[in-house]
Structure formats: C-alpha cells, structure tokens
Design a protein around this ligand. Structure first.
Ligand code: GLV
Ligand code: MN
Length: 198
C-alpha cells in the first residue's frame, strides 16, 4: 500500500530538480543533530485570546518543531478566554486527543452519520476527536481555560469550516454556497464578509 500522506499534496518536481522528500521533509545530517533539536519550549506561553473568537492556538507541528519529522506525533496548546471558542474545524491527517490542563470546556465532534458527541471536559480529563471529523472547544467556565491537543501526525492539517467555505481564495461562487445552504445569496455575502483574510 502507499504511505499515508503527510501534507496536503506533493506535486512531483521535474526530474532532478529536488524539492522536499516524500513522505516528510528531508533530514539534516545526524552528525549535526543536537539535543535541542528534540526540545520545544513554545508551549510554556500561550497565544493571545484577544480576538473575535476569544481563542489562541500555538501549533507544535513539524513546521514549528522540526525534530518531529517522520515521528508521527505533534502537539498544540489551545488557550480560551471565558466564552471563547476554537471554531469548528477538522484535521485531515490525524486523530486528536484533547487534554484539559486548566478550566473546563465543552468539546464536541460530529460523526459521518451526523451524530453530535460532546462532553464538558475539566482539568486533568481528556476527550478524543476521531480523524477528519468536524470539532470545536468552547470555554463554558468563568475563567480562562487551556488544553494541550496531541495528534498522531507530524502535520495534521487543519480545515476551518467557516474559512474554507466562505473565505477561500479565489471565492467559491455565491450561487454554489446559496444552493448548498438553501439560503439567499445576501446571507452568503454577509458570512463571506466576516471570513475574508486581511
Ligand atoms: C484543537 O482542536 C486543535 O486542533 O489544536
Ligand atoms: Mn483540532
């Protein structure tokens, strides 16, 4: 069988022109590898939650932490202000284990059968999101909340629902979205106005 994809795509480079290896990224020579290559400190601090979602994710994937290359794991830190949400998204390449370190959050996902599974998860407790399914974390407590999220991929990939549908570049035609959601194009334009980058 083919190896599992570890990135969205890997268009073949013209013969002899190099480019990233598949799967994963090229390795540095082992003679130059040092202990710090296996160390990651960025999660000692959280990301700001001072934004429209009230949430901040600090990624710890292979792009941030090169020592993870080919090891099949990665870890994020998720910070949520009271009422903050890490908005609906999915990971095409990984299951996600959500371990709550501070506070309490509603964690939920929707299965391929359209069933919504969710739980209020508190300090020291965990919840698992099966690979590829749409999910969120929502701070239902009165104070800041924090989770560490662990993945069985060095680069899980993330598709934010609202951004993917209403903020894609170039745009998905309004008519396609209006038909898909069974609403007027005006409503699509309104949602698009909130999801454009920049
Ligand atoms: C949380 O859902 C995350 O992807 O880090
Ligand atoms: Mn996630």
């Amino acid at each position: 069988a083919d190896p599992e994809p570890v990135q969205d795509f890997c268009v073949a480079a013209p013969h002899g022109s190099g480019g990233p290896a598949f799967p994963g990224l090229p390795c540095k020579p082992s003679s130059s590898v040092v202990s710090d290559d296996f160390f990651f400190a960025a999660h000692a601090r959280g990301a700001s939650t001072d934004n429209a979602m009230g949430s901040g994710v600090t990624p710890g994937n292979v792009e941030a932490f090169p020592g993870l290359n080919t090891l099949g794991v990665s870890i994020n830190r998720v910070d949520l202000a009271p009422g903050g949400v890490n908005p609906l998204h999915s990971h095409p390449r990984a299951a996600e284990l959500v371990h709550v370190v501070v506070g309490e959050m509603l964690v939920g996902f929707v299965s391929t059968e359209g069933r919504f599974y969710s739980k209020v998860v508190r300090e020291g407790e965990s919840f698992v999101i099966p690979r590829g399914l749409m999910h969120f974390q929502y701070n239902v407590g009165k104070s800041a909340a924090r989770a560490m999220t662990v993945f069985n991929s060095q680069l899980p990939g993330v598709v934010f629902a609202a951004q993917a549908l209403f903020g894609a570049e170039p745009e998905i035609p309004d008519a396609v979205l209006a038909k898909s959601f069974q609403v007027d194009a005006e409503i699509i334009k309104l949602i698009k106005s909130k999801n454009r980058k920049g």
